[in-house]
Design a protein around this ligand. Structure first.
Ligand SMILES: NC(=O)c1ccc[n+]([C@@H]2O[C@H](COP(=O)([O-])OP(=O)(O)OC[C@H]3O[C@@H](n4cnc5c(N)ncnc54)[C@H](O)[C@@H]3O)[C@@H](O)[C@H]2O)c1
Length: 291
């Protein structure tokens, strides 16, 4: 049985190839999901693309058709488990297998201090960013388990899954869901990597997408559309962010190199080092609690 070490020896990079394999990507009608789809298609991958925006998805299907790629599209909300399962099964049936799942759909959610957030704000962001990710993994896993050593799970967390800005920038709900995805990815790695399955947790900084306007598409059951009020830093930063296609190419390399934590934007390293130092200091302080 092949052995897949938890940590590679330093300097050793084992290249896994995903050329011509089959991927299912959520949140694929725009932004990072579309960037990954374009990068994967360039490697000959066959694609199933899901998104709740049926109009944009139809445009994306047309775009790929013009480039000579036959992709399957699924206008589904990641909150809908049954539709996701049907979509993943349809991709596997059409292309003969499913090797890669990118649980990517996500929203910026409520922006503001947590003490002013509502129950519905929490419901929306947890349903999409956390439960939607779990639903996507659940839909894909039975198919990936047929060829674990050729398969890969990609979770789109965020650099916001590794640090909280202090003073607050009002992203507490987003931070909560993205930290959860880091835990989910590490747990999936613990359960699946010894079978040969790759897991990558994407922790991007700013990528040039429309995520800061995701409130415009909030479904009625969570309170309907809204505009972000005030000075939302990400909205201003996005236009100088990474091109989503370039980001998608980085994801392909991270998969090939079997990277678990995928860091693409180094700017917040000092904040994360300070956080880790605080946690280690809490270990140093543990005896002082027991005196
Ligand atoms: N853009 C950034 O700077 C950045 C940084 C870190 C992490 N991320 C993460 O990247 C992922 C993709 O975001 P993006 O930046 O490309 O944003 P985006 O808004 O451009 O794209 C998100 C896509 O997800 C779709 N979507 C939203 N809710 C959905 C649902 N319930 N069901 C199905 N599809 C749904 C949208 O229709 C949209 O096409 C998100 O998980 C986001 O949190 C983005």
């Amino acid at each position: 049985m092949p052995v897949f070490p938890l940590c590679r020896p330093p300097g050793v990079i084992t290249i896994r190839s995903y050329n011509n394999k089959v991927a299912f990507i959520t949140g694929a009608a725009a932004g990072i999901g579309l960037g990954m789809a374009r990068a994967f298609a360039a490697k000959g991958m066959k694609l199933g693309l899901a998104d709740m925006d049926a109009g944009k998805l139809a445009e994306v299907k047309q775009l790929f058709a013009e480039l000579g790629h036959d992709v399957l599209v699924f206008p589904v909300d990641v909150a809908n488990r049954d539709e996701l399962k049907q979509a993943a099964a349809a991709v596997a049936a059409r292309f003969g297998a499913l090797h890669v799942v990118c649980a990517n759909a996500g929203v910026s959610g409520y922006i503001g201090p947590l003490q002013e957030g509502t129950d519905k704000d929490w419901d929306w962001i947890i349903d999409v960013n956390l439960k939607g990710t779990v639903n996507t993994i659940q839909a894909a896993l039975p198919h990936l388990m047929l060829n674990p050593e050729q398969s890969h799970i990609v979770l789109t967390s965020s650099i916001s899954g590794l640090r909280v800005y202090e003073p607050s920038r009002g992203q507490g709900m987003y931070n909560t869901t993205k930290y959860a995805l880091v835990g989910l990815g590490e747990a999936l790695h613990a359960d699946l990597h010894h079978l040969g399955m790759g897991v990558s947790i994407l922790c991007p900084g700013v990528v040039n997408t429309d995520i800061s306007n995701s409130g415009r598409h909030r479904p009625a059951r969570y309170g309907g559309p809204f505009e972000v009020k005030g000075d939302f830093v990400l909205a201003k930063a996005a236009k100088n962010g990474t091109d989503p296609l370039e980001f998608g190419q980085w994801v392909m390399k991270a998969m090939e190199q079997d990277q678990l934590h995928v860091i693409t934007h180094p700017e917040d390293r000092p904040i994360i080092e300070a956080r880790h130092k605080r946690i280690l200091q809490a270990f140093d302080a543990c005896e002082s609690l027991k005196k």
